[in-house]
Design a protein around this ligand. Structure first.
Ligand SMILES: [Zn+2]
Length: 322
């Protein structure tokens, strides 16, 4: 008799699926390329696969390096209530008030985005192609994370309100289910951002504000939705997994009034605009005349190490899904 080897996991198969999921991050970086001016497109378009694939490196790094985690979020509710004016927006002022250890504990995404913008600007000035592409891919990741409401709330996976799994539900399940067929990512053009600090703080504050609805609407819908239809079971790679059903996902997306699509579109616009801003601030170097086109041995080793750490699957620090 053939024994069935399927086994059921009564939890979400959300392992490796945090921060827009790998799917969402790759899409965001991919679509961002099409907002760039022609002078930049000539570098980014032929390298669009690299830009998309490496959108997820910062998440992989969370499996390798403990300091990586706080760069992806900010538990801004730790600092009082909206609009959190107790928290200085400038890094040095914030350190002086709360200490670096404390800032690291509650997350630093709005500051890290600005650090990465600086690094990318320097790479453009140095005219180093491999570095420009690597940093562009990674900057895209952190900007996209700043747009996710649950990256700006300490109840990041509904762990305080009996809603575990909501993190992956919002940023992975819904985009994977709906973005391909229903959503539109043709957005127009990137803009120059005069004050990147203000810009990213604004986006983080919007995320923080939206996080209340993200949590509340799931609760409300769960009460009105037939309990036996909230989840569905699906086979993936020989394993049966439980996930939010299509019907529940669609109803939740409706209740959120297109929020997930809107935040994804805003991410794309922001990513392209930050890339463009870095290039302008570096003096608009001619991207046809770059050096350092090959990845260095160190870069290649880093990619391999990230992959291996990720495959082993033990995250250092906070895991959004646990
Ligand atoms: Zn992330």
């Amino acid at each position: 008799m053939r024994k069935t080897s399927l086994f059921i996991i009564f939890s979400f198969i959300s392992l490796h699926a945090f921060c827009w999921g790998f799917y969402g991050h790759k899409k965001i970086n991919y679509f961002s390329v099409f907002l760039l001016p022609p002078e930049m497109m000539q570098l980014y378009k032929p390298n669009i696969d690299f830009i998309s694939e490496h959108a997820v490196d910062p998440d992989m790094r969370r499996y390798a390096i403990a300091q990586e985690g706080p760069r992806h979020y900010i538990d801004i509710d730790h600092y009082g209530s909206y609009p959190y004016t107790d928290l200085p927006r400038k890094w040095n002022d914030a350190i002086a008030k709360f200490s670096e250890d404390s800032l690291m504990e509650y997350g630093i995404v709005p500051w890290w985005v600005q650090t990465m913008l600086y690094k990318l600007t320097e790479a453009f000035k140095e005219k180093q192609q491999a570095k420009i592409l690597k940093l562009s891919a990674e900057l895209g990741h952190y900007i996209a994370d700043a747009h996710v409401p649950l990256h700006a709330n300490s109840n990041h996976n509904g762990q305080f309100t009996d809603q575990r799994g909501i993190h992956g539900f919002w940023e992975s399940r819904i985009p994977e289910l709906l973005s391909e067929k229903e959503w539109d990512f043709f957005i127009g053009k990137a803009d120059y951002i005069k004050n990147p600090g203000d810009f990213i703080w604004q986006r983080v504050l919007e995320s923080a504000k939206a996080s209340d609805s993200v949590l509340l609407f799931e609760k409300e819908l769960s009460k009105s939705f037939p309990a036996d239809q909230k989840f569905s079971f699906e086979e993936r790679n020989g394993t049966i997994i439980r996930q939010y059903s299509s019907a529940f996902s669609i109803a939740y997306d409706k209740k959120l009034n297109g929020m997930v699509e809107r935040r994804m579109r805003q991410s794309i616009y922001a990513v392209a605009s930050f890339w463009y801003t870095a290039w302008v601030n570096a003096g608009q170097p001619d991207l046809k005349k770059l050096s350092g086109k090959e990845l260095s041995a160190d870069d290649i080793k880093e990619f391999e190490d990230l992959n291996n750490a990720w495959k082993k699957g033990t995250i250092k620090g906070r895991d959004e899904e646990q």
